[in-house]
Design a protein around this ligand. Structure first.
Ligand SMILES: Cc1cc2nc3c(=O)[nH]c(=O)nc-3n(C[C@H](O)[C@H](O)[C@H](O)COP(=O)(O)O)c2cc1C
Length: 436
């Protein structure tokens, strides 16, 4: 079982920063992330993972909700991982960067450098971004359309991987006697001319310890899957239940084979948020206590996109029928859930605000381990990207309770297999296209 730790902010829960043991300022502190990364490394996680956005995506809807969210100020991921690199030894360092608001040469150069600095532990999570808030920070008023965004992303990844092959592994004889520093036959400009990019190359960073950094992809559309099938070493997915996880896993492994790869060249890690206690009741209590800390205005912001402004209604009353006809169709699913399960407005937003998008598992260590094993056995996962609700306490619980249980069952390593992220993930070293 491969395990990533998604360590954005103070954890993924809307009220994480109000948890009695959380430091509300932690998302801007290096010491917080160092503590988290070292705990994850001691627990033998394959990697720490940083999701990212390059603008303030949250909106103040309803008015007064935005200032109640901690998910608005953070550190830039590559800078943070570069600082963590010399303070850690074995754990992989994966940062997200957008293909929409970067140039391929920048990404190729920076991630190759992180791979060198960390001794082969770098990974790039390829995303296309989606919000107008981000567009407005990069000379645009609105985000690029879907097809253009993905066409650019596909070409972007071709250019980056091309640049990473600039230098063959043995390009540097460093021959002090003859004065030959590098072998010019083993240096390859890219000479790329495409629709979106014109990049001559070569890259000014030597071939890296992993051959090239690990490529991670997160996106679920046909275009996203095509990029993943062709290039990704690892995919971060968000299936909500086992059946969806199995379908996604089957489809993506099939697409990878069609792209000429072996199914195990590509690892699929669903997002997974565990609430673990020494008993199931203790885990439920932790979950309930945290949910009580979600300010109703912030909770209602999770419903705003589909249902509009509900801040005038009592949160412990029934879910109102949306009266704007446009809202009605978007809100239908939510209203149906509320009627079916007899939910109050508060109970309805908790269904979303407490779930963070990924699979939520609440229980004792053995119940959590059972569920993780079930997903592996059923062909829905090669491992998980663990997204703790609160950091570091959620990680501490997982590391002290669930990891030993997984190790007892022979499901998870007790020592790192190698020194690079690629070796620990059990992935093959890529062949340089020129040397091959
Ligand atoms: C599991 C998952 C994680 C993602 N993480 C990020 C992220 O950290 N930053 C970002 O800008 N987009 C992120 N995305 C969004 C994708 O880049 C993409 O814009 C979005 O999913 C829409 O594309 P799709 O229809 O192919 O999924 C993520 C998507 C998924 C499914």
């Amino acid at each position: 079982m491969k395990l990533g730790l998604s360590m954005r902010y103070i954890g993924y829960h809307a009220a994480a920063w109000r948890h009695p043991e959380a430091d509300p300022a932690a998302a801007s502190k290096f010491s917080h992330f160092l503590r988290v990364a070292r705990t994850a490394e001691a627990a033998k996680f394959d990697m720490v993972f940083l999701a990212d956005g390059i603008g303030l995506r949250g909106k103040d809807e309803p008015v007064g909700s935005l200032c109640r969210s901690a998910q608005n100020a953070e550190l830039e991921p590559l800078t943070l991982l570069s600082a963590l690199a010399p303070m850690t030894e074995r754990i992989g360092l994966v940062a997200t960067a957008s293909t929409t608001y970067n140039e391929p040469f920048h990404i190729a150069r920076k991630w190759a450098s992180l791979d060198q600095i960390s001794g082969g532990r770098a990974g790039w999570n390829i995303v296309t971004s989606w919000s107008d808030a981000e567009a407005r920070n990069f000379n645009r008023d609105a985000h690029l359309g879907y097809d253009e965004r993905y066409a650019r992303a596909a070409e972007f990844v071709e250019v980056v991987t091309g640049l990473w092959d600039s230098w063959e592994p043995d390009a540097f004889p460093h021959d002090k006697q003859s004065g030959i520093f590098f072998d010019p036959a083993k240096l390859h400009p890219l000479d790329h001319v495409g629709t979106h990019f014109k990049v001559r190359g070569p890259l000014t960073v030597a071939r890296t310890p992993q051959g090239r950094p690990i490529l991670v992809q997160a996106g679920a559309s046909a275009q996203g899957l095509a990029i993943a099938a062709a290039h990704a070493d690892l995919v971060y997915a968000m299936p909500q239940d086992l059946a969806a996880g199995q379908a996604y896993y089957r489809e993506l492994k099939g697409l990878a084979e069609q792209a000429g790869r072996r199914p195990d060249d590509l690892l699929i890690l669903p997002g997974f948020t565990p609430f673990v206690g020494r008993t199931e009741q203790e885990a439920r209590d932790k979950f309930d206590q945290l949910n009580e800390l979600i300010d109703p205005l912030l909770g209602l912001s999770y419903l705003y996109g589909q249902m509009g402004d509900l801040s005038g209604y009592p949160v412990d009353g029934p879910v109102p029928e949306p009266n704007d006809p446009q809202m009605r169709s978007m809100a239908r699913g939510l209203v149906e859930i509320a009627r079916r399960d007899n939910l109050t407005l508060r109970q309805l937003y908790l269904r979303i605000a407490a779930g963070f998008g990924g699979r939520l598992a609440i229980g004792s260590a053995s119940q959590i381990a059972d569920e993780m094993e079930e997903w592996m056995e059923a062909g829905a996962a090669d491992g998980f990207n663990i997204c703790p609700a609160v950091l570091p306490v959620g990680l501490d619980d997982f590391a002290t309770l669930v990891i030993p249980e997984l190790q007892r069952r022979g499901r998870f390593r007790t020592e790192y297999e190698g020194t690079t992220l690629r070796a620990n993930l059990g992935l093959r070293t890529p062949v340089n296209r020129y040397a091959g």
